[in-house]
Design a binder for this molecule. Structure first.
Ligand SMILES: *[C@@H]1O[C@H](CO)[C@@H](O)[C@H](O)[C@H]1NC(C)=O
Ligand SMILES: *[C@@H]1O[C@H](CO)[C@@H](O)[C@H](O)[C@H]1NC(C)=O
Ligand SMILES: *[C@@H]1O[C@H](CO)[C@@H](O)[C@H](O)[C@H]1NC(C)=O
Ligand SMILES: *[C@@H]1O[C@H](CO)[C@@H](O)[C@H](O)[C@H]1NC(C)=O
Ligand SMILES: *[C@@H]1O[C@H](CO)[C@@H](O)[C@H](O)[C@H]1NC(C)=O
Ligand SMILES: *[C@@H]1O[C@H](CO)[C@@H](O)[C@H](O)[C@H]1NC(C)=O
Ligand SMILES: *[C@@H]1O[C@H](CO)[C@@H](O)[C@H](O)[C@H]1NC(C)=O
Length: 309
């Protein structure tokens, strides 16, 4: 049984919180107390008040919890009562404030509550060592499969580019070796497609793509991209196709080109170039289907520019 003491000390805070807060239209509640994340407050600014202010200014935040012991502020996307928030570890004290409804100011009840509720949030309060991989690697990818396992692919071990593949099983904490890819690669991309297969593109130093079938464990080589690329991006579009942008080629030339993997024909085609050569950039699928490409490096400098497809 875990006991969480909740000190509710800020009876006066209602008066100073006048910001009108709107709940984000795109936020979809997924649990009674959906965690938005842990904010580590800077030591000079670690207080219940600053935790509440963070929540006030985070549009999705409905509840703020301050952990005195470690000066962390946790925010939740739902209205959580004191009893809804508990901890798997011995966090000694916290204070909870919440909005009574979507548009109300923060409400900080002034009574002290102690509770021994079961865990109802999934915030990890600590780091726990789990099984180690069979291979050391960096510049690899990790993809959550539909069966809940995590597929870790390729990368670089300090000497060699890797074709080895491993699967992590969260239920056991165990890693198992999966079949090797046909080609070693590092700084590649791995994208889970709508059919559950994983499309792996490029990497050091080639244009080769492969498809992983989680149900058979098989790798099959698919069509080459038009450019060899590494440090590029791959983003699944809402129609299931995959947009690949930028990166660098075998000669370390930074690329402005982009290409599309067509799921239905299993083939690649070039699309219009980006305005800027980019590697190490990011690409995000927007709710309306556009892909926003941000920053990166053009080879001579880091970029602050962004463009969308
Ligand atoms: C935040 O909380 C986590 C989990 O309790 C803890 O490991 C970490 O040290 C805390 N951070 C700070 C700055 O106290
Ligand atoms: C949250 O707390 C309220 C009040 O204590 C309780 O009615 C509700 O069932 C709790 N919800 C969950 C998911 O524990
Ligand atoms: C892997 O599985 C075995 C057998 O189920 C278990 O004994 C072992 O502790 C697991 N390893 C880890 C790191 O959890
Ligand atoms: C694909 O998987 C099946 C079933 O596991 C196996 O029989 C077959 O040999 C595999 N094919 C390749 C190319 O590895
Ligand atoms: C793609 O890779 C294949 C196999 O390595 C190579 O023969 C071909 O020239 C490459 N195409 C381009 C455009 O680099
Ligand atoms: C895209 O840019 C490359 C040079 O980076 C150029 O060779 C190619 O012709 C351009 N393609 C289009 C469609 O403009
Ligand atoms: C998607 O949203 C962006 C940013 O709001 C907008 O500029 C773009 O035109 C939209 N794209 C489509 C296809 O509607």
């Amino acid at each position: 049984m875990y006991v969480l003491l909740i000190y509710l000390v800020l009876s006066k805070i209602d008066a100073i919180l006048v910001t009108k807060v709107h709940r984000s239209a795109i936020y979809t509640p997924n649990s009674a107390c959906a965690a938005l994340g842990n904010t580590i407050l800077p030591p000079t600014d670690a207080s219940i008040q600053s935790c509440i202010w963070r929540c006030v200014h985070e549009i999705q935040c409905q509840t703020a919890v301050y952990f005195h012991e470690n000066r962390n502020c946790s925010m939740f996307g739902e209205h959580c009562e004191a009893g809804n928030i508990s901890s798997s570890t011995n966090i000694r004290a916290s204070t909870i404030c919440c909005r009574k409804n979507d548009e109300s100011n923060m409400h900080c009840p002034s009574t002290m509550i102690s509770t021994a509720m079961p865990i109802t949030t999934n915030i990890a309060q600590t780091w726990i060592t789990t099984g180690s991989m069979s291979f050391e690697r960096k510049f690899h990818t990790a993809t959550l499969l539909q069966n809940g396992k995590v597929l870790v692919i390729g990368g670089f071990d300090g000497n060699n580019f890797l074709k080895s593949v491993e699967l992590y099983d969260p239920s056991t904490g165990n890693w198992t070796k999966a079949g090797d890819m046909n080609f070693a690669r590092s700084s590649h991309t791995a994208t889970m497609l709508s059919n559950g297969m994983v499309l792996v593109t490029g990497g050091t130093y080639h244009n080769i793509t492969e498809l992983y079938n989680p149900s058979t464990g098989n790798w099959t080589v698919r069509g080459n991209m038009n450019f060899p690329r590494y440090d590029h991006t791959a983003t699944m579009l809402s129609n299931g196709n995959v947009l690949v942008t930028g990166g660098r080629d075998t000669n370390n030339v930074k690329l402005n080109s982009a290409e599309l993997y067509d799921l239905s024909t299993d083939s690649w085609k070039m699309i219009k170039n980006m305005s800027t050569r980019r590697c190490y950039h990011t690409a995000s699928l927007l709710p309306n289907g556009s892909v926003l490409v941000i920053g990166g490096s053009d080879g001579s400098r880091c970029l602050n520019t962004a463009e969308y497809y």
